[in-house]
Design a protein. Sequence first.
Length: 570
Amino acid sequence: MNIEREQLEMDVVFVGAGPANLAAALYLKKAVAEHNELVEKGIKRGVKKIDELEIGIVEKGSFVGAHILSGAVMDPIALRELMPDFLEQGCPVDAAVTEDAFWYLTENKLLNAPIVPPPLKNKGKYIISLSKMCEWLAEKCEEAGINIFPEFPASEVLYDENDRVIGIRTGDKGIDKEGHPKGNFEPGVDLLAKVTVLGEGSRGSLAKQLTQRLGLNEGKEPQVFSLGVKELWELPAGKFEEGKVIHTLGFPSDTQTYGGGWLYGMKNNILSIGYVTGLDYVDPNIDPHAEFQKFKTHPAIAEILEGGKMIKYGAKTINAGGWWTMPQLYADGVLLVGDCASFLNGQRIKGIHTAMKSGMLAAETIVSAFEQGDFTSKTLKEFERKVNTSWIYDELYPVRNFHASFQSGRWMALVNGGLQFITGGYAWGFMPMEHHVAGHERMAKLEDFNNEKFADRYTNVKFDKKLTFDKVTDVYHAGVAHDEDQPSHLHVLDTEICATRCAEEYGNPCQRFCPAAVYEMEVNPKTERRELKVNFSNCVHCKTCDIADPYQIINWVTPEGGGGPNYKGM
Ligand code: SF4
């Protein structure tokens, strides 16, 4: 289809309205104003004032926060730098953490650790809904004159003839499932910018395209991911204190699988409860959603939930690889920030503060680029120097081997984790020092796996819709909506593999690792073969399939703008 597209020229375009980009845009406005004031007062000499910048943030969700999901306990260090009076300015924190606990769970028992591991001490931090916080930050951005475009998914990166990034294209609207324009067809827009900042979150679809095309992952370790599955519960008054934080290790994960649970007491007797499963698991039978449901059947957890009601559901991947898996953070005309650039601290299970700080350092770099009128790598590489000399480095470098040690199993990881904590990241020969195998390469074939031992993994999970929920019921509580008459945004590049090799070798694990019942193998009455059915309208945009598929033949691309989950208040 030959489409004429509108071109909009901006100075800076941010892709994704998450914490990294919202902080970046706000900080950029502030930094430009400060720069101009210093030039005006003659304190900064030899440089010109920067003209008012045209800044845009594109967001695929129907509103800012719609696709934002996290636990979340936030370390306010970056927010305090951005806005020292954030509480007075109305930042929607749910509660300050008053009590920490660390539980080790066996199948029926609970060991309450007498000492909470220091990385998991959260007193004085804030329990928040990250979705609410992003909504609030977006309001601050708009007050500062930043343009926010919800329902505008960025579908591709635009390059010039020298592979310099010159902006992004937003997705077309109004295409039917056969790929033909409908009556409401609106072509996507080309947003041209001097600097494009990708802050799309975990497994960003443009970040994936960009890093592959420009080789930004060369010399880096493969990224490893985890999937967090979460519910909000309304509990009887007094059942779980506001401000209380519990992290768990053990049940239901086996010792070869990275995993752990959380319970955070929010305002108004709301409990945030969830479970993280490493997507570098070995057993192809693992189902991260079912792991979470099983977690809730532990007597200590079930007792907390007794009398309560599940009110919301969501699932999202996180980049767990850390420092060694961080891509090159710049190229001509582009910077990468936040989760899509691996800024999460896996040991603390925290990434909001590092994401925001990465955005703010990117903003400082952009100011230098406008000062110099140079938007090439020569200037933008300054971003990496800023990261390497900031508290991000001080925090992430000492935990650079944290996740990799879990690829040797839980017990080795605990020994190594302790050693790393004492030595600042060294692991004394227990662990090979070339780390991180990509998760999809670690998945064992059914025939190579001891299935007898694990066959009854989920037989005790009843999915009774009181304590434990099947995927379809949970997805309903994620408020997911996609127009069904559009092309599927889940591109399965070779469905023949699904029906043949994958069925035999792995038992079609997409049916299990997707937390939203999108993938089903069912018999096609015409061919009488089991074939893949993709219920794309259930998709909660977690990106697990793009990551975990052992053949890497699933490509997640942005659907029509506004489609997806509704995580308001999550
Ligand atoms: Fe997540 Fe993929 Fe399932 Fe969508 S289809 S919910 S991205 S695993």
